[in-house]
Design a protein around this ligand. Structure first.
Ligand code: ASP
Ligand code: MG
Length: 420
């Protein structure tokens, strides 16, 4: 017998018929004697609609009320999932985040989970129920108001619930059957990775792979929570119920690096197309300038990704380039404009037709030359590199978005990732 957390994303619960399919996956586990907590997202598109309504009501809205509205999508699917399970003869009860209560920080719209008391969920499971929990939300204890975790946050809810319950595995059911070496819609020869390390998954998630929310991977890594990515579109009867000795036979298991025997130098290629590049020309080259540029951006919660600063040719003025999410570009430019008197002289050039391509693999720690091969392969295709950034296990380049797919395909072959 195992204790399993099963998380179902928006496409898996997109309508009542799909929710029946989800319930059949859950029933399979219950019938096998497993204890199950379920975490659900809102129906596909529902959260986008809620966000659109909030913005229509007022662009400058109170974030607490934003949360009051956008948290509602998951309440619908949690209730419906419990109803469908009950109709199949499976004991089930839905739980909103605040009822558990999943305690969060007060950063409404992008809150962090601080604590998940296991008591009520445990009691529910011990009573033989399936506990169905709303993803994406919790409650900020001081104000006792609902807080949401940022888009894609249900993955994080699932991992947090799994950690609280000390589950054997956290299964993330989605519309793909695992994590691939790259996006299979771009590279037909992409391969499913049977296992991927937490660190690689973290880099993939923060480099544009949308399979898992970045924060969920961080959390799983911090607690060593074995997390699997599985497809809910496989017929429920065609999957074996979870048991502790068959965990790694399907999907992708995200686990610790030393569990992965055959390690490739490069495990995956990620890309992000929604990047914008900002260049500040002729900023003064003296102490404190970078802080005066990036401080106000941080205060406005604008995430800055790559940063490149040139040496000042004349020892006086320099150019500074950085990237932000395309959606944040107008706000970033407004923040810089407001900080102009502080920063001193500069001219701005901004463009949003850029893409970030990242090559990721823990094998890079012990292999030299991975970056050099990457740059040569891109050069051979005539692709110009606009900026470079690296970590111990990742190399990212910024290029013209028009070449994104060519670059991904080229690098996928280069590092021997193509399926036979
Ligand atoms: N429904 C939320 C969103 O669309 C959370 C999630 O799906 O994980 O972002
Ligand atoms: Mg998701």
């Amino acid at each position: 017998m195992a204790l399993v957390v099963m998380k179902f994303g928006g496409t898996s619960v997109a309508n009542v018929e799909r929710i029946r399919n989800v319930a059949a996956h859950v029933k399979r586990e219950v019938d096998a004697g497993n204890k199950v907590a379920v975490v659900v997202s809102a129906m596909a598109g529902a959260t986008n609609q809620l966000v659109a309504w909030v913005n229509e009501a007022s662009q400058l809205h109170d974030k607490r009320e934003y949360d009051a509205v956008v948290a509602s999508g998951e309440q619908v699917t949690a209730g419906l999932t419990a109803i469908v399970l009950q109709s199949m003869g499976v004991k089930a009860r839905s739980w909103s985040g605040w009822q558990i209560p999943i305690e969060t920080s007060d950063a409404h719209g992008a809150a962090r989970i601080l604590n998940v008391p296991a008591g009520k969920l445990r009691a529910s499971l011990d009573a033989g129920e399936v506990a169905v929990v709303t993803g994406f939300q919790g409650i900020e204890p001081e104000s006792e108001r609902v807080a949401t975790l940022g888009r894609g946050g249900s993955d994080t809810s699932a991992v947090a619930v799994a950690i609280a319950l000390n589950a054997d595995v956290c299964d993330i059911y989605t519309d793909v059957d695992g994590v691939y070496t790259t996006d299979p819609r771009i590279v037909a020869k992409a391969r499913r990775l049977p296992k991927v390390s937490y660190e690689e998954m973290l880099e993939m998630a923060s480099s544009g792979s949308k399979v898992l929310q970045t924060r969920s991977v961080e959390l799983a890594m911090g607690h060593g929570m074995r997390t699997r990515v599985l497809s809910s579109f496989v017929a429920p009867a065609d999957m074996q119920p979870v048991s502790l000795d068959n965990l790694d036979t399907i999907g992708t298991t995200v686990c610790s690096e030393d569990e992965i025997v055959e390690q490739q130098v490069v495990s995956g290629i990620a890309y992000a197309k929604d990047e914008a590049k900002v260049t500040l020309l002729k900023v003064a080259d003296k102490p404190g300038v970078a802080a005066r540029i990036f401080g106000p951006l941080a205060d406005a919660s604008i995430n800055v990704d790559m940063i490149v600063q040139n040496v000042a040719a004349d020892g006086d003025a320099t150019d500074m380039t950085f990237t932000v999410q395309s959606a944040e570009l107008p706000r970033a430019l407004a923040v810089l404009d407001a900080a102009k008197s502080d920063i001193g002289h500069f001219e701005v050039k901004a463009s949003d037709g850029v893409a970030k391509i990242s090559v990721i693999g823990v094998g890079m720690r012990s292999h030299a030359g991975v970056a050099a091969r990457m740059f040569q392969a891109l050069a051979d295709k005539g692709i110009n590199i606009l900026a470079i950034s690296t970590s111990e296990i990742k190399i990212s380049v910024l290029i013209d978005a028009a070449y994104a797919e060519l670059a991904v395909r080229t690098l996928h072959s280069l590092y021997g990732l193509d399926a036979d």
